[in-house]
Design a protein around this ligand. Structure first.
Ligand code: G16
Length: 559
């Protein structure tokens, strides 16, 4: 075994074992880093063009193995996906041992490791990581990996498997999975056989857990109309088809559209949650599928970790007949429902809500009148952590990414409560089953879809009645392609820019000219662009505000 210079006693002191440098070095040659390419750990892992990511996947697999060792050999996950991005993009999302996102303190090591120009520099980073987290190299590593439907996935999975093999990690190749399924599998594996057992650690176990809970929740409640699902031509189609084996159409009639997993170029193309949310319009050409006024519809994104609902109100020929029921509306629906159930069950639960700056002003106002509300930067990792401060933390990004967390105390209360009336008992049973239908590890399109169906069914509401909870302020999102998005830095949960210097003051000046307006700018952590969000009291002024702020961003970038 060759031992590169720079490996000092710090590593050896942590263990009698060594890092297999020679093996790792071979992979370095097999998966070279594209010259000049810079990688950055973003909102959720590393994401860019799929054909440039082999070196990154190889290196993050090695870091993944170290992460598992640092957690006493617990299973961690690596998901190869670029989620809502176009098909040529890909990425890798590391998953921590409780099924949550990777500990943020590891992110700078991931960025540095992926940018290392040679094996020596890479080994130096591993050395620092091992030292900082006192990793015992003798501890075995266990890693599960999966992928979505992108054409570049098999090539990247090969790089992941090579990195893990070089580290001698025990591996589980989960194959084609939705991102939330991989999060579920990690948590279910690590809790199997314990008091906290989360579920059977198989894909089938995932479907069974969600379906069983759903069927109990809707028992005796008549089905309303069918649900039309746009699967974004992604892995969500596979999961939806499978869960239907456990949920008979008499309990939930589903019409699955955009299910062309094998069609090149189809993923997220003119469909999917991001297309619908950003464009505030139906998936392209869906009218041809016979969509009608009042139909309840929803869209998944490419890896099925987000969902938005929508319907047509009034004359479908009118542009404004499209009505979006996004993550904010799901949060309002879920918060009200859970709060009411807790009251009926006679248990005290501190229900809170977590949003980001993208939350519509009307939704924040609506929620603040009912529960405490926290605002965090974009990214599930931030919302998830903030939601853990509540007994029941409802977190949703406006883009449809979110879930509901029940704290260990809340779970204890639910299991020990002794209801005194039949109505209280019904509410308690409903709450207990809700815990099981909701994916507690991360936002999950399938699980959130079932949650919404349960609530609408229970209230006997159609989309229009749900929509009536509040009227959202006209809003718009634009992408600006800039020279260097790293030049845009923010503070105050991304609501204000720090740099480029002076730009925030100019944005403030523009916003002040519009009635009840709000606008903010932040660099995307998943796409090479800066996002502009604008919201106004008057619909007629919206385009003008968004365009003027976007112009300021472009000018600052060009300066
Ligand atoms: C990811 C994150 C989300 C985030 C989204 C957009 O979603 O998990 O929390 O809202 O990216 O992030 P950004 O605005 O930084 O590009 P997904 O579904 O693409 O994995």
């Amino acid at each position: 075994m060759t031992t590169p210079a720079g490996i000092d006693a710090a590593i050896r002191a942590t263990s009698s074992d060594e890092i297999p440098f020679a093996l790792i070095e071979q992979g370095f040659e097999a998966f070279p880093k594209p010259a000049g390419k810079k990688f950055e750990y973003g909102t959720t892992g590393i994401r860019t063009k799929g054909d440039t990511l082999e070196s990154t996947c190889y290196r993050l697999a090695i870091i993944g193995a170290l992460r598992s060792k640092s957690l006493n050999g617990k299973l961690i996950g690596l998901m190869v996906t670029a989620s809502h991005n176009p098909e040529p993009d890909n990425g890798i999302k590391p998953i921590d041992s409780r099924g949550e996102m990777l500990d943020v303190t590891w992110e700078p090591y991931c960025t540095a490791a992926c940018n290392a120009v040679d094996a020596q520099e890479f080994f130096g980073i591993l050395k620092k990581l091992i030292h900082a987290y006192k990793i015992d190299l003798k501890t075995p590593a266990k890693v599960i990996y999966g992928h979505d439907t992108r054409p570049s996935s098999p090539m990247l999975i090969k790089a992941v498997a090579s990195g893990l093999a070089a580290m001698g990690a025990q591996t589980i190749d989960a194959g084609l999975k939705t991102t939330p399924q991989l999060h579920y599998l990690v948590h279910a594996h690590n809790t199997a056989g314990t008091e906290e057992a989360y579920g059977e650690p198989t894909e089938e176990g995932y479907y069974k857990k969600l379906a069983d809970a759903f069927l109990k929740l809707v028992e005796g409640k008549p089905a309303t109309s069918k649900l039309t699902v746009d699967c974004a031509n992604g892995v969500g189609a596979h999961a939806l088809l499978n869960i239907q084996k456990y949920i008979p159409s008499s309990a939930l009639e589903i019409r699955a559209l955009r299910t062309a997993i094998g069609t090149k170029g189809a993923l997220n193309d003119g469909c999917g949650a991001d297309y619908v949310k950003i464009g505030q319009k139906l998936p392209k050409d869906i009218e041809k599928d016979g969509v009608q006024q009042g139909d309840r519809m929803c869209s998944f994104d490419g890896d099925a970790d987000r969902i938005v609902f929508y319907y047509l109100r009034g004359n479908p020929a009118q542009k404004d007949s499209f009505r979006l029921l996004d993550g904010d509306k799901i949060a309002a629906l879920a918060t009200d429902y859970i709060s009411e159930l807790a009251k009926k069950a006679g248990i005290e639960l501190n229900v809170g809500c977590v949003q980001t700056a993208y939350a519509n002003g009307s939704s924040t106002k609506y929620l603040e009148q009912r529960v405490p509300v926290t605002c965090t930067p974009t990214g599930v990792k931030h919302l998830h952590r903030a939601a853990e401060h509540y007994d029941v933390g409802v977190y949703f990004e406006a883009n449809g990414h979110g879930t509901v967390l029940f704290s260990p105390d809340a779970l204890k209360l639910l299991s020990e409560a002794k209801p005194t009336t039949p109505a209280a008992e019904d509410a308690l049973i409903q709450l207990r089953n809700l815990v099981d239908v909701i994916n507690q590890t991360v936002g999950d399109a399938i699980s959130d879809m079932l949650l919404v169906e349960v609530i609408l069914r229970s209230r006997q509401w159609d989309c229009e009645e749900w929509d009536a909870l509040y009227e959202e302020l006209p809003n718009k999102m634009l992408k600006v392609i800039v020279k260097d998005r790293a030049a845009f830095t923010t503070e105050d949960a991304e609501r204000r820019l720090v740099t480029p210097t002076g730009l925030q003051a100019k944005i403030d000046e523009v916003v002040a000219k519009y009635k009840d307006a709000r606008s903010f700018v932040r660099p995307s952590g998943t796409e090479d662009c800066v996002r502009v969000y604008a919201e106004t009291g008057l619909a007629a002024e919206l385009d003008s505000l968004a365009n003027n702020v976007a112009k300021l961003v472009q000018e600052a970038s060009d300066a």
